[in-house]
Structure formats: C-alpha cells, structure tokens
Design a protein around this ligand. Sequence first.
Ligand SMILES: *[C@@H]1O[C@H](CO)[C@@H](O)[C@H](O)[C@H]1NC(C)=O
Length: 249
Amino acid sequence: MKTLMSYLWMLLHQVLTCIFIKARSIMSINNGANYTLSWRFAIESNNLRSWPTVPRRCLPYIKTYMLGGQYQHDLDMVIAEMLTYMNSIILNNDGKDIWILDVDDTCISNLKYYERKNFGCDPFDRVMFKSWILEGSCPAIHSMLVFYKKLIERGFKVFLLTGRHEEQLGSITALNLLLQGYVGHERLILRSSKYKGQSAEKFKSAIRKEIEGEGYRIHGNVGDQWSDLTGESIGARTFKLPNPMYFVS
Ligand SMILES: *[C@@H]1O[C@H](CO)[C@@H](O)[C@H](O)[C@H]1NC(C)=O
C-alpha cells in the first residue's frame, strides 16, 4: 500500500512538472520582448524576408524601439562606422569618388506615417502613404544629414537613389530633400517609367551599373532596406540602417 501511494505520488509529481515546463515554454514563446528581439535580429540580418507586416505582439516593443531611443542608438553606431570608413578612404580627386544613399528612412523619415499605422503592424496603405509623401514634409534623419554634409565636405559626390516614381513624386521629393537641408548632392535619381514594376533590387542594380559605367567609383552604399544593398554593383562597402517597420523587395 505504501509503495503504491509513493508510486502514485511520484507519477503526479512528474505529470505536474511536465505541465509546468510546457506552460513555461509556451509562455516564453509568447513572450513579446524575447520574440521581438529574435524577430528583429532575423529581419535586420536579412534571414527573414518578404515579411508583410510587423507581428502584432511586437507592437509595444517596436513602438518603444522607434520612439524610446534605441533606434537612434542603432543608427548612430552604423553612422559612426560609416564615418570611420569614410575618413580612411583616399580620394582620387577626379570627381569620381561617390557614395550612394537611399532616400526613404535613410535620409528622410517616414516615421510619422508609420506611427499612424501601428509602426508597421497595419498593412501598407498605398493611398495614405502617397498623400503623406505628397505633403513633402518627411523630416531629415538628423544624424544622416550630418554625415551627408561630411561626405560632401571631404570631396565625395553624393548620389541619392530612390524607388519613388519620378513622374508623380520627382518634384516633391527634390523639394522635400532641399527643405530638410540636403543641398549639394550630385544627382537625385528616381524610378523612371522604364523601371516601372521592377523590384527595387533590380532597378537599383541597373542604375548603379550605369553610374559605374560613367567611371564613378562607389565607395559606400547606404540604405534601410536590403534591396538597396544587394544585387549588382553594390559598392565597396554597404551599410544597413535599422528599419523594423516595413520590407521592400
Ligand atoms: C526571455 O528570455 C530569457 C532568456 O532566455 C528567459 O530567462 C526569460 O524567461 C524569457 N521570458 C519569458 C517571459 O519567457
């Protein structure tokens, strides 16, 4: 009798332990903070691709990330490395040493639009995004503007390359950049009708190839999307800026 009791007791103990461990592992899978850190690593490293929206459970963490300072810290670390690299380059002084910078969420910010879209948890709203762009009031990403000015000061030519459509958004984009202090770049290149419907990677690769064909040397290539930095003629070094709010292929 005694052995049976102790056997049953042991069994109960084991079952309870099992349930406890299982519950803990489910809890940890559902833990938003841990999940969001893993998710952010996966998207920023280009392991996870073509994600349509930010997972709902990440919302409070992405909001805190974007508004609470860590986004800025992450940006600043990349830009500090860009600066170190830039200072190490020996220029040829033939006007052919260039950097290529993306526009949206690299030079100027769409955070205000994304704040209204739950930091990317809501699906992309083509109409609302276009009207936001047409306001021409995307604010400069300040640390990037400072870097842009240093590039020009050191004698690099800066090419701004964006997937925005030239016909519809060309003049407002040029004006927005100017008003935010982006003055002195060599070229602003937008997506002409020739590249309509092409992926950002294909379009940007083709443009970079053309630029190299003109004899320019791409020393640095900066963007918040992997599609700014992959493909062909990507440049001597690429720099990925943080952006956990949307994915462009
Ligand atoms: C988050 O991860 C840490 C480290 O693995 C772990 O100790 C903690 O229990 C996790 N949080 C939750 C609520 O699961």
